[in-house]
Write a protein that binds this ligand. Structure first.
Ligand code: BGC
Length: 246
């Protein structure tokens, strides 16, 4: 593995990229963020990805995340991005645009890969699930540090609702929920999840993990739960790792 890599994290509101120090798992310099085009069609998004990679003059391997199930480079869902991503061969699209091989993976899986590799060592053993709370809820499942890709625990049905439509961080904003009200919903969601998979550790990520002290203590769940260490750059870092690993 080289000493640096490059990752691009595609989200509902912003597309972020940067050079990653693969030894420390931290960004090597500033990241660049460009608002996600609207509509976020594959071609429009690919333009932005190419712009970001170009701005850094980066000519090595690139990893890209999508908020979607991604198998062999192909997007199979499109919950919070333009529906035209469905069945798009994202790896081929970005590969053509960037004229190199590009690895594409689910955004939460990428964040989890970064957290497991560079977070504190206690993260790694047993069944660990990382949940990202943002526009939607993403998940990454690990067994002894090995990723089980494309889990979609954010769409677990809880009390007759798709869980992310009740407990995502964006819903807290939209419905103007207090930390207590939102934590109550997150508790309900995590309790449903832990009754099904009984993890050893839950790591919470996404932008809202920066304010973990406001809501983690309010959760009433069985499993040990900690905030992600890499916070908002985890997607970029995990994408770079995936690309460097091939
Ligand atoms: C998508 C997942 C994604 C998550 C976080 C969900 O709506 O189905 O694939 O990981 O949002 O972006």
């Amino acid at each position: 593995m080289g000493a640096t890599g490059f990752g691009v994290d595609i989200g509902g509101s912003g597309i972020k990229g940067g050079v990653v120090d693969l030894v420390t798992g931290r960004l090597d310099g500033e990241r660049l963020r460009i608002p996600t085009p609207n509509p976020s069609t594959p071609d429009a998004v690919a333009d932005v990805v190419a712009e970001i990679v170009g701005k850094f003059g980066w000519d090595g391997p690139v990893g890209v995340t999508l908020p979607a199930v991604v198998k062999k480079g192909v997007a199979h869902t499109a919950a919070n991005i333009d529906k035209s991503w469905l069945d798009t061969d994202a790896a081929a699209l970005f590969g053509k645009r960037l004229e190199r091989e590009v690895v594409v993976l689910n955004d939460a899986d990428a964040a989890g890969v970064a957290e497991i590799r560079y977070g504190w060592p206690g993260d790694r053993d047993g069944v660990v699930v990382l949940l990202t709370f943002g526009t939607g809820i993403g998940s990454a499942l690990f067994l002894d540090g090995e990723l089980v890709p494309n889990t979609e625990f954010g769409h677990l049905e809880v009390d007759g609702h798709d869980a992310e439509t009740r407990a995502a961080a964006s819903i807290k904003e939209e419905e103007n929920l207090s930390w207590g009200e939102w934590a109550h919903r997150v508790t309900r969601y995590i309790t449903s999840l832990e009754n099904l998979i009984w993890p050893d550790l839950i790591i919470v990520g996404g932008g809202v993990s920066k304010k973990a002290d406001k809501w983690l203590p309010l959760l009433d769940v069985r499993t040990k739960i900690v905030a992600a260490e890499l916070r908002n750059d985890a997607g970029i870092v995990g994408a770079a790792v995936a690309a460097a690993d091939g």
